[in-house]
Design a protein around this ligand. Structure first.
Ligand SMILES: *[C@@H]1O[C@H](CO)[C@@H](O)[C@H](O)[C@H]1NC(C)=O
Length: 449
């Protein structure tokens, strides 16, 4: 049973390798099988052999069971803080052939006409992606598997390119920092000594792929000059080696900063580090969001005809991004039933209104059913769900005011009528009294005369 589940998880490429930094990473070796199809074979990278030496892996082709030596330590340290509860990383291996960079602006990296002998041999490129980092490494592979103690092939990491922001989500209008670091250790002492001491020249390239179109944002070859394409969209990169020790390994920084990110800048960002005849690249998926402003009209909802249908309520959901996945729900809170429940009535949404900044707005409508006087003081709420908001969404409410209930009540009306009646009566009585008294006085005067 245990071996079955192991087999199953190997088959899915999901072996749980993430406790206290994994000892091994399960991968797929991918190669072109001709006629446009790909062939995949299971492979594994052994990062730590463990106290008893490398565990035997009879399930793997020994050329694809790789004992990884990582002199710069970047690959291994990327896994050190890998969260236990995160999904296992996705790992892919493929063959790599050292070649000069194809772009014209990177030609100055390879002034010599042929690839140095120090780069001879078999190379592999490993690409690892996960929710916490994304990296690629170039590995130089020993030609034959080693026999002792188990069949395994030694491989040395030469170049690693790493980002800790594989899926940046940027609030619209905010700056984005896309983190990139790289490390390099010359594959053999000869390779290092054939160059001047210190880190080699390098080129940095950032591109964006969107809807099948590639777009060069930034290219740099620090210290080399040459004709470099102009930087786009205000991008700024920190393209530098961190140190200039004579003999490596060296680490460098290729972080890019994009000011005031807009929706059109969403897409896959490709960061490529060019060294003479070697290239490492990672991709990042940048997405933009903007949370909606929500308001309700009319507020309050005043209605003078109990038993009849009140006017429709409008929920204004303004300036949000992306346009997909927005939901509007209506609730009725309070009233004779108390509590909060789904509002009855007809509901519909307007079409999207597009703004020049790339954000969108829409209106949610509710035609509430006829209102009774008991519903006076109840609240209608519009609740909006969107990927830019917390899971509970955002809600606003209006109070329902039934006229004739909130103003002077029926009893008040009767009271007023009665008082007016009495007041008029009193005036009349007083009138009579005055008239009577006057008459009496006249009579008295007549008597005394
Ligand atoms: C790269 O440079 C940026 C800007 O100076 C800095 O914020 C970032 O921490 C650096 N990254 C590394 C890995 O040192």
């Amino acid at each position: 049973m245990k071996s079955l589940s192991l087999l199953l998880s190997v088959a899915l490429g999901l072996v749980n390798v993430v406790s206290a930094g994994p000892a091994a990473i399960e991968c797929w070796f991918v190669e072109d099988a001709g006629r446009g199809s790909l062939a995949m074979k299971p492979a594994a990278l052994l990062l730590r052999p463990g106290p008893g030496g490398p565990p035997p892996r009879p399930d793997l082709d020994p050329k694809l069971y790789l004992s990884v030596d990582d002199p710069a330590g970047t690959l291994r340290s990327a896994f050190r803080r890998y969260p236990r509860d995160a999904a296992a990383p996705h790992c892919e291996l493929s063959s790599f052939i050292p070649l000069p960079a194809s772009a014209n602006w990177a030609r100055s990296l390879t002034p010599e006409q042929r690839c140095p002998r120090a780069l001879d041999g078999a190379w592999l490129m490993v690409s690892i992606s996960s929710s916490v980092f994304s990296l690629s490494s170039l590995l130089r592979q020993q030609p034959e598997p080693q026999q002792e103690p188990v069949l395994i092939t030694m491989a040395t990491v030469v170049l690693t390119v790493l980002t800790h922001t594989p899926g940046p989500r940027i609030q619209m209008g905010q700056d984005a920092v896309l983190d990139l670091s790289f490390s390099y250790m010359p594959p053999t002492p000869e390779a290092a000594s054939s160059l001047a001491p210190g880190p080699p020249p390098f080129g940095l390239e950032w591109r964006r792929q969107h809807l099948g179109k590639g777009h060069l944002l930034l290219a740099a070859t620090p210290g080399l000059g040459g004709k470099i394409p102009a930087t786009q969209e205000g991008a700024v990169a920190f393209a530098a080696w961190d140190d200039d020790e004579p003999w490596g390994p060296w680490t460098g920084n290729g972080t890019i900063w994009l000011p005031a990110v807009q929706p059109f800048q969403e897409g896959t960002y490709l960061a490529i580090v060019h060294l003479p005849y070697l290239q490492g690249q990672v991709d990042l998926e940048l997405s933009v969001y903007k949370s909606p402003k929500v308001s309700l009209t009319p507020a309050p909802l005043v209605w003078a005809a109990p038993g009849k249908t009140p006017p429709e309520l409008l929920c204004h959901v303004n300036h949000f991004y992306p346009s997909e996945g927005l939901e509007v729900e209506w609730e009725l809170r309070g009233g004779p039933e108390g509590g909060s429940r789904k509002a009855e009535g007809q509901k519909w949404l307007s079409s999207l209104r597009h703004h020049s900044d790339g954000s969108v707005s829409l209106l949610g409508y509710l035609q509430p059913p006829p209102v009774t006087t008991e519903q006076h003081g109840a609240r209608y709420a519009c609740r909006v769900y969107h990927s830019s908001l917390p899971a509970s969404g955002r809600s606003v409410e209006v109070t329902l005011e039934v006229v004739g209930f909130s103003g002077p009540s029926l009893e008040d009306g009767i009271g007023l009528f009665l008082s007016a009646f009495l007041f008029l009566g009193l005036v009349k009585v007083l009138g009579w009294v005055v008239a009577y008294l006057t008459t009496c006085k006249d009579l008295k005067e007549k008597k005394t005369q």
